[in-house]
Design a protein. Structure first.
Lengths: 239, 331
């Protein structure tokens, strides 16, 4: 059964059409990848699903509820939680205070100890977020989202700017919570990271859904190669 | 966190003990100045819940203080209410008016919020002037009964006033601490730091801000009731934007925003300094301005920030603790 159904979403910003009639389903218990070149509309879709932006047209259904999208605060109570491409935590507060806010904002039953262990934040708790290293901040921002006990987690490029060992750690964290029943909708530029994690991928190009299927099928699909993967390959071949 | 927690609890207790210890020795004049300082501290703590916790700069706080003062004055003088009941009613009235002000003002943010609340403060001042049957208009409200005597202080109204003011400060302070530690307090901090992130965590931003404003208004109202009973007279000038509305900002900024205990020190400094420097009474306004300049230029984190910085110069402690303290002072 699909946890999230996106139906006919179109988003225009003035004269620019960021998304054109996008429909896709995210199955419960999967890690669903979303790829596409810059400007393909991936973040716009995350913004719509999370309730930050209202779409021009189209609807969502989530976990048996119709008539979405919902405003952000409501979406969170339904179990849709997002992270941001830019690292976003409460910079002036300690990591502990950050987690307390997430704990208070969520149902209040989040297992804080498990979060702290899984994300390796134990040694950073009493430090002010603004003074933490970048990789720790990325993990803290993930902890804020996970602290809300989402059913569906929308991750907007969680691996951006991280070193290879940190990327591996991030993948491990996502698998850990996926193993506990979390469904993940993952936007990512790092192809290896995404292909390793995702069991399904949707490929976007210029605001349209180009392809949907397994990662292997995506890599073998001529249209996808032409529109996205292929450009890089041709360029390399030309060099 | 730990050091911050120590200061948060220890310092007010020390101040209370000293103030109470001084009660038997001081003369009426000193008692009066101390009472006003304690009352302004109450106002400052209530205001810090709004400015320090949520980051919204309101200039309507003096007006809400006035609403409490006039409410209590009217009820005790014209309706013959018991003072304690009237104080409760004053707190509720200020909370109600405060909630209405908040619903209007929180449609804006930043500088617009400050300007809008400035407008509300100015309009409120006009209301005090024109609603003559209720407020006594420009002539003020006269003949307000004093605070009823506590057991053992029947023959000494000055000491009685001070003790009542101290008790109100203590109640306000501990209520503010409880507020800060509550889930709504956490939500307010989130709003202050990053509204968009707070929203994406499902925090009800509107509710958190409204709660902080209403809480802050209620205790301002209670302080107003005590002020009216102590002075036996209230006039519009006591609650103008340039007097009280602006003064509370100074208390909190000089004391250290968001610490709750810092603003108590700020209020004491600003109220007591001109009295100590009585010979220089002519220059008291200038001293006031210089003080503000000094703090903004050299100690932007206020007295609280300076105190914590001095303590940090003493033997080393775990880095994490100092950093937390410093940063929470910064806000």
């Amino acid at each position: 059964m699909s946890l999230l159904s996106i139906r006919g979403i179109t988003q225009r910003f003035g004269g620019v059409t960021a998304l054109t009639d996008v429909s896709l389903d995210v199955e419960e218990g999967t890690i669903h990848g979303l790829i596409g070149p810059n400007g393909a509309g991936k973040t716009t879709l995350i913004n719509i699903v999370s309730g930050l932006v209202r779409p021009t047209e189209g609807t969502l259904s989530f976990n048996g509820r119709e008539n979405g999208p919902w405003p952000m605060a409501h979406a969170v109570t339904l179990g849709i939680v997002r992270t941001y491409q830019q690292t976003r935590v409460f910079m002036g507060l300690t990591a502990r205070e950050n987690l307390r806010i997430a704990h208070v904002a969520g149902a209040g039953d989040a297992n804080a100890e498990d979060l702290i262990d899984a994300l390796d934040l134990g040694s950073s708790l009493d430090r002010v977020a603004g003074e933490l290293p970048y990789a720790t901040l990325r993990r803290l921002s993930l902890a804020l989202a996970l602290g809300l006990r989402p059913k569906l987690l929308l991750l907007d490029e969680p691996a951006v700017g991280l070193a290879p060992d940190e990327i591996a750690r991030m993948a491990e964290v996502i698998r850990h919570f996926h193993g506990q029943g979390l469904t993940v909708f993952l936007v990512e530029h790092n192809m290896r990271f995404l292909m390793e994690l995702a069991s399904r991928v949707s490929v976007f190009d210029r605001g349209r859904l180009l392809f949907e299927g397994t990662p292997e099928a995506a890599q073998g699909n001529p249209e996808v190669i032409e529109a996205y993967l292929g450009r890089g390959l041709k360029k390399h071949a030309g060099n | 966190m730990r050091r911050e927690a120590i200061m948060r609890w220890l310092l007010p207790v020390i101040i209370l003990v000293i103030a109470l210890a001084a009660v038997p020795f001081a003369n009426d004049y000193i008692l009066y100045v101390l009472t006003i300082a304690v009352l302004m501290s109450t106002l400052a703590v209530s205001y810090d819940v709004l400015l320090g916790l949520t980051g919204y700069l309101s200039l309507a706080h003096g007006f809400l203080y006035g609403v409490g003062a006039y409410t209590a004055a009217y009820l005790t003088t014209n309706s013959g209410w018991n003072f304690w009941l009237a104080m409760l009613a004053a707190a509720l009235m200020s909370a109600l008016i405060g909630a209405i002000v908040a619903l209007v003002a929180f449609r804006t943010k930043g500088i617009y919020f400050a300007v809008l609340t400035l407008g509300i403060g100015l309009v409120g001042f006009q209301f005090f002037l024109v609603l003559e049957p209720l407020t006594g208009g420009v002539g003020g409200f006269v003949g307000i009964p004093g605070i009823p005597s506590l057991p053992g202080l029947a023959d000494d109204p000055s000491r009685n006033n001070l003790v009542v003011a101290i008790v109100l400060l203590a109640v306000t302070y501990f209520a503010a601490l409880v507020f800060l530690r509550s889930s709504i307090g956490a939500a307010c901090l989130a709003v202050r730091e990053d509204v968009t992130l707070a929203q994406s965590l499902g925090i009800r931003v509107g509710t958190a801000r409204l709660a902080a404003f209403t809480f802050s208004s209620a205790f301002a109202g209670a302080a107003g009731a005590v002020f009216a009973a102590i002075s036996n007279f209230v006039g519009p000038d006591d609650f103008s934007v340039m007097a009280t509305g602006f003064q509370v900002v100074v208390f909190v900024v000089i004391g250290g925003m968001g610490t709750l205990w810092g603003p108590i020190l700020g209020a004491f400094l600003v109220v007591c300094l001109p009295e100590v420097l009585r010979g220089a009474a002519t220059y008291s306004v200038a001293i006031y301005g210089i003080l503000l300049l000094f703090f903004i230029l050299f100690a932007p984190k206020g007295i609280a920030g300076a105190v914590l910085a001095l303590r940090r110069l003493l033997p080393a402690r775990p880095a994490s603790v100092t950093q937390t303290a410093r940063h929470s002072e910064a806000r």
